[in-house]
Design a protein around this ligand. Sequence first.
Ligand code: COA
Length: 140
Amino acid sequence: MSEADLRRALEIEEDLYEFPWTLGNFRDSLRAGYSCWVARDGRQLIAYAVLMLAAGEAHLLNLSVAAHAQRRGHGRSLLNDVVGVARERNAKVLFLEVRPTNTVGQRLYTRYGFRQIGVRRGYYPARRGREDALVLALDL
Ligand SMILES: CC(C)(COP(=O)(O)OP(=O)(O)OC[C@H]1O[C@@H](n2cnc3c(N)ncnc32)[C@H](O)[C@@H]1OP(=O)(O)O)[C@@H](O)C(=O)NCCC(=O)NCCS
């Protein structure tokens, strides 16, 4: 992902989520040196992932596929790519958070081999108050 991808990534983000990342969140991720990836169909950006790597650990901060391109294997494929990146960088475990209401996301991750290791109370903004996050982990 480069700065030139941010406008399209933000469009997809705002289409998918009720509480989307902001342009600033994407910019900060790039500038902080996070491992930021996009997938394209031809020249069109259709998916992106943001991975934070720290000593021995990786944290998947965002994984999104444009609505029109979902259910065609892009999500699993990009997840597989970032797992590969995390392994190359010697991470031993990959963490992520997912909303309990996001059954599609949970299905993708559990079928890939992630297991739930905890709950972060009130992690996400929600229409009423906050929503918990399920914390999932994959041993690498
Ligand atoms: C979650 C997401 C990344 C999956 O990407 P995708 O390209 O649609 O998924 P894939 O085609 O690679 O499918 C992978 C698996 O995800 C699950 N899945 C995907 N779409 C699904 C749906 N509509 N219903 C149920 N399960 C679904 C399935 O387990 C599927 O595997 P299977 O087809 O063998 O059962 C995508 O739906 C998305 O961007 N959603 C909105 C943003 C989001 O929730 N991101 C995750 C936040 S933690």
